[in-house]
Each structure stands twice: as structure tokens, then as C-alpha cells.
Design a binder for this molecule. Structure first.
Ligand code: ADP
Ligand code: ZN
Length: 222
């Protein structure tokens, strides 16, 4: 099964992608994580991507499509994957078809209102070691400022500054939101309310994916 998570910055794509990976044994491909890793390691590609990421703009298609092509063609992704952060434009969606040859079976659009997004993004902390995401305070039991999963020092993402957050949301509306129509017309698009605790959102996603897997519903609803 090929699953795409569509949804604005801060909608919880990364968190849900990890949960899907675990439960459905679908390896996760996150372009944001791959790009951040390239920036951290100061690879030539990372150096090319860094400036656009800092400004909240999309990294050029030739860079991102190349990364995804390399990932999708790996043996471990032959039976499916969950894509987090790709495609982000209709052109990228077309590239994915060319790369993979098969349509994604489900595109899940995690829906969260704009004010909630700004609030979540401006308060979150991330662990660069294991990529866990936390709210404003360390979770109970964790040492202050330390990752509850691996103990790494928590950071604020470079693009989680208020002015960059606004830019990312603007870019989403302008460049990524058109994918909703694109996938709706291809009958793979489903919405998932993104409010509530991560486990609640995940419950809705499980419902959608299990319905697909059991071949049950050819619902027109989307
Ligand atoms: P978020 O969804 O919270 O904005 P991501 O981690 O998915 O965060 O992406 C962070 C940044 O990486 C984006 O703002 C963009 O600069 C770059 N990026 C990630 N995926 C893509 C993509 N598919 N196309 C272009 N740029 C991308
Ligand atoms: Zn960690």
C-alpha cells in the first residue's frame, strides 16, 4: 500500500507517519527529515537546500524529486511506503507517477485550522537524534529539555520562527493545496480531522486504511 500524507505544516504528518510505519509495517519516507539530515551533514545537496528551507520556501523539484526517486526505488520500499512531505506540488505528484509507475492507494489530508497550526508550530520542540516531536514542555518523567525517547537535547526547528511559519502556511495554500483537487478527482483522497490527541487522529487514520485494506468501501465521500 502506498500512502501519502497531505496536510499543512503542523498538522502532525510526521507523528502520524511514524505511527503508520509501526502499525502497518510501511516504511516512512519524509522529505523534510531527509533534507534536514543533508543540511546537518553539509552535503552539497544540503547546502543547496538550506537557504530555501530557512525561508520556508519549497526546495527545487530537481533536488527533491531526485531524493524521492532514490528512496522509492530501494528494495525495502517495493511493497509500499508512507510519504510525509511529498508531493507538495502537482508537478511533484506527476513525477511520483513517473518514478513509481503506480498510483498511491490513499492520500490522507490531515485537516487542522490555521490558528491551531501557528500555535502548534511556534510551541513545538524536536529531537534531532530520533526526530520525536514534543509540545512546549517536556513530557512527564522526562528530564527538562531532553527527549523522552532517547535523551537527546531538544531543539526548536530553524523554520519554526513566526515569520517563517507564516510563509510556510502561505506556500502550502498556494502550491500544495491544489493537490487536494488533483487527488480528489483520482478517487484516492480522504480527509482526516487533525484535532485532538495524536492517538485520536491516528485512530481515524487506522479506520481509513483498514477500510481500504479490507477492500470494503468504494465510498464516493472525500
Ligand atoms: P512542514 O511540513 O512542517 O513544513 P517538513 O519537514 O515536511 O515540514 O519540510 C520542511 C521544509 O523542507 C519545507 O519547508 C521545504 O523547504 C522542504 N521540503 C520538504 N519536502 C519538500 C518537497 N516535497 N518539495 C520541496 N521542498 C520540500
Ligand atoms: Zn530523541
Amino acid at each position: 500500500m502506498r500512502v501519502i500524507l497531505l496536510g499543512p505544516p503542523g498538522s502532525g504528518k510526521g507523528t502520524q507517519a511514524c505511527l503508520i510505519e509501526e502499525k502497518f509495517r510501511l516504511p516512512r519516507i519524509s522529505t523534510g527529515d531527509i533534507l534536514r539530515e543533508a543540511v546537518r551533514r553539509e552535503t552539497p545537496l544540503g547546502r543547496r537546500a538550506e537557504d530555501m528551507m530557512k525561508r520556508g520556501l519549497l526546495v527545487s523539484d530537481d533536488i527533491v524529486v531526485g531524493l524521492v526517486e532514490e528512496a522509492v526505488q530501494r528494495e525495502e520500499h517495493r511493497h509500499g511506503y508512507v510519504l510525509d512531505g511529498f508531493p507538495r506540488t502537482v508537478a511533484q505528484a506527476e513525477s511520483l507517477l513517473r518514478i513509481d509507475g503506480r498510483r498511491p492507494e490513499r492520500v490522507l489530508d490531515i485537516q487542522v485550522g490555521a490558528e491551531d497550526l501557528v500555535d502548534r508550530l511556534s510551541r513545538r520542540h524536536v529531537c534531532p537524534g530520533c526526530r520525536a516531536v514534543f509540545g512546549p514542555a517536556s513530557p512527564p518523567g522526562a528530564e527538562e529539555g531532553r527527549c523522552a525517547a532517547c535523551g537527546g537535547a531538544l531543539e526548536i526547528r530553524a523554520d519554526d520562527k513566526p515569520e517563517v511559519i507564516r510563509e510556510r502556511l502561505r506556500v502550502f495554500e498556494a502550491q500544495t493545496a491544489p493537490l487536494r483537487e488533483y487527488y480528489r478527482s483520482r478517487s484516492v483522497y480522504r480527509t482526516v480531522p487533525g484535532t485532538g490527541r495524536p492517538e485520536e487522529v491516528f485512530g481515524r487514520i487506522v479506520g481509513q486504511l483498514e477500510a481500504f485494506l479490507s477492500g470494503a468501501t468504494e465510498e464516493r465521500r472525500s
